[in-house]
Write a protein that binds this ligand. Sequence first.
Ligand code: DAH
Length: 373
Amino acid sequence: MLYDGGAIGILPIMADLEDLKTALLSDIAAAADESALEAVRVASLGKKGSISTLLSGLGKMSPDERKTEGAAINTLKEAVAAALSARRGVLKDAALEARLANETLDVTLPVRPHGAAAGRIHPISQVMDELAEIFADMGFSIAEGPDIETDDYNFTKLNFPPDHPARDMHDTFFFHPDKQGRRKVLRTHTSPVQVRTMLAQKPPIRVICPGRTYRCDSDQTHTPMFHQVEGLVIDRSSNLGHLKWILEEFLKAFFETPTVNLRFRPSYFPFTEPSMEVDVQCSRKDGEIRFGEGSDWLEILGCGMVHSNVLRNCGLDPEIYQGFAWGIGIDRLAMLKYGMPDLRAFFEADVRWLKHYGFRPLDFPSLASGLSP
Ligand code: DAH
């Protein structure tokens, strides 16, 4: 302890003060940056600093002692404060110098491309935006549902009988059953969003439901995660004529061709009656597919009139309401429109692929300016 009240005589204290001053001034001179300097300030002039402690001891001294010692401590305090402020100025200038040297700008360098311009929109996102644009123009809104779905919404409410082979046909990813024995699934199609929409909204209903779907399957044209868009129209009089018109208008707008010829084939889905698969007329020359011409047919989607059991399961009276639905693979639409041969590449996150097939972020698809850039 440098100072212990008035117990020691004046001279030793003066000598101690000299030592303290020398020590503090050398610490100040040695402080390499502003935080080191601040540490010296706190240790000397801070609340519990050495000089502050000396000053607080003055109260216990006789008036005479206080006079001389007080003056000496105050002189020390001023000297230390002045040294601190001078050193702070020097360090500030040095820091500014260093920053200026660091931040010099070479104006002769070429301009670097902006990150937003270098990024690309994935073809799936592009196609989803195109779908939203086309169907919004026809008065549809977008409905969404969760990827993890109940067995009830994915199958039962859609009129899949219990233990029906169609449940296995979907190569379903099942979760472990809960305590009540109910198992959730990764939705195998976007059709459960139909159920959610009918349960939540009153007709008239016009929605599309784009999203991720999952099946345990993988080859050149199948990946375990893929994308579908569901369409649903429910009111009192919607019929297959309306469905055919909507699909034709959609395909013409999407493939940007003046004509498409469709072929409806009878099919089976548990949730529609009657059910159909739709083929588009096309020509295939040198690996290129063209619509509206040729003698080939390409299967493109499944559709039908919503089954009365599904309406009933969703709280709608089939004597009053009717409607149609369809489901399309979005990945397949993207492959057909933009000529990508292998579906697996969609999900490999290879930036070279994305650079080649991706879209510029600010080229929004719009019906007025053209869907594809
Ligand atoms: N959910 C069907 C599938 O994944 C596709 C489908 C077919 C959807 C017919 C529909 C429909 O809405 O009416 O294979």
